[in-house]
Design a protein around this ligand. Structure first.
Ligand code: ADP
Ligand code: MG
Length: 448
């Protein structure tokens, strides 16, 4: 048994697939690892087909068998824009990647998910990178759209904060990460309810947690307002050193200078249709002065205001300023007492042993489809597969004749589909058998 202290170019094998640990973008001798509150996330590249993945290794106290069931529940969110990391596999002794646990037991319940390209809002804040007002509006609008989409499903991310939101610098695509504490009425309440992150949490959240359908309303209001105000040099200068604009002690204080400056900046936002700036400032005031999370404006109120702004031209970049990469050296993972399982809420069920083709592939959401019917689909490789069969239908109940394509890699390029709705499925194949079909992935081609 060894300790998981990987170096760049080290390889780990998960269900017969080899993943190569990547080097840090600003420290070539170090592995590309980003630390958070619950663990450490490594960038790995699949050796066969070069796709990038994030491997999140939890500190001991967050390694729980409940991760297996949660992963299956999260999968239904993966098709939503910005929620791609909900498409994931979890390493456990009776399933995916079981063999690696003999060598590295601390990889138990680690998750493998698509690598989201981009920089965290944390990196933008700490670099004090300049963003043009229209670009701030655009990323705020996209963030509001994702959060409003979640709230429409009675769901919430529950830890919206600068380290948990990535922005693709070239396309402005927003991705939420760190989804293990998400709320849905269908999920089990986590043992330690999320209290939010300093600089982003409501006083109710700090006391009772924010694991509820309104769990993003305050943190969402803060991060959206940060984006809307980031063009203002005074706002950038006054941001705390800890990756948020507000510091914890001034939260919801009406006399806070930071609060006054943010309200004032929102009021002065031009480049918006008339009256929207005042409405945005009023939304923020309501959230700041609210007694509870449910008193804060809902996420759709932000989105319906921001969608009235003119979108930035295609190809607009986030910033020309340098965004520094935080370098986090390896620290031994501190061991802590395992939290006893709650006999009522704790899962005892671990899914039945799975091997080879019994596991259905899981399709990744498609990134960057411009609606013209040319895109690439991909899925997690299945151990033991000699190839894959992809089929697509135009009827959601698969009653029409499918188009069937065989391929040996877990990716497939599709070109020039005609306008319409398509339902893709994939299954693994080997010499003797066909595996189970994946859940469908709907793709809409809406223009020629
Ligand atoms: N899927 C991903 N793609 C790219 N970077 C990621 C991904 N997931 C996490 N990260 C990076 O790792 C950091 C920590 O991950 P996170 O899931 O927030 O961990 P924690 O639960 O410990 O806060 C993030 O701030 C981000 O920089
Ligand atoms: Mg995090």
């Amino acid at each position: 048994m060894s300790t998981f202290k990987p170096k760049p170019q080290d390889e780990i094998v998960l269900d017969q697939d080899v993943y190569v640990l990547q080097q840090h973008p600003s420290a070539p001798n170090m592995v590309f690892a980003q630390a958070g509150k619950k663990g450490r996330v490594y960038k790995v590249i699949h050796k066969g087909h070069s796709s990038a993945f994030a491997l999140k290794v939890f500190v001991e106290r967050y390694r729980k068998s409940t991760m297996v069931d949660l992963t299956n529940l999260l999968a239904s969110y993966a098709q939503m824009p910005g929620m791609e990391v909900c498409s994931r596999e979890v390493i456990h002794a009776k399933g995916f990647g079981a063999d690696v646990l003999k060598q590295f037991p601390e990889l138990e319940y680690a998750v493998l998910m698509p690598w989201s390209t981009g920089r965290t809002w944390f990196d933008v804040i700490t670099s004090k990178a300049l963003i043009a007002p229209q670009v701030g509006i655009e990323i705020a609008r996209r963030t509001a759209e994702i959060l409003a989409g979640l709230e429409a499903l009675t769901s919430a991310h529950c830890d919206i904060s600068s380290g948990n939101l990535l922005i693709d610098v070239d396309t402005l695509k927003i991705s939420l990460i760190d989804v293990e504490d998400m709320y849905s009425p269908k999920f089990l309440e986590p043992e330690g309810v999320p209290l939010g992150t300093d600089g982003y949490n409501h006083k109710q959240a700090r006391e009772e947690g924010q694991w509820c359908a309104e769990g993003d309303r305050f943190s969402g209001a803060v991060i959206i307002s940060e984006m809307l105000c980031w063009h203002n040099a005074e706002v950038r200068e006054k941001a705390s050193e800890d990756g948020s604009y507000f510091s914890p002690k001034e939260m919801q204080d009406r006399d806070s200078k930071h609060y006054q400056l943010m309200l004032d900046t929102l009021h002065k936002l031009d480049s918006l249709p008339s009256g929207i700036n005042t409405a945005l400032a009023e939304n923020f005031r309501q959230a700041w002065e609210s007694k509870s999370l449910s008193d804060c404006p809902d996420m759709n109120s932000w989105f319906s205001l921001l969608k009235q702004a003119a979108p930035v031209p295609f190809g607009t970049r986030l910033t020309d300023s340098e965004i520094k990469w935080p370098v986090i050296g390896w620290k031994a993972i501190p061991s802590s007492k395992p939290v006893p399982q709650n006999p009522i809420t704790g899962f005892s069920k671990i899914t039945a042993p799975q091997s080879g083709l019994s596991r259905a592939p899981r399709l990744f959401p498609v990134n960057g489809h411009n609606g013209r019917g040319t895109f690439e689909i991909g899925w997690f490789p299945v151990a033991g597969a000699t190839g894959y069969e992809v089929s697509y239908h135009q009827q959601p109940d698969y009653s029409d004749d499918p188009v069937i394509i065989e391929c040996d890699q877990p990716t497939l390029s599709i070109q020039n589909l005609e306008k319409g709705d398509y339902f893709f499925r994939v299954r693994a194949i080997d010499q003797n058998a066909n595996g189970e079909w994946s859940k469908p992935l709907k793709i809409v081609v809406w223009r020629d």
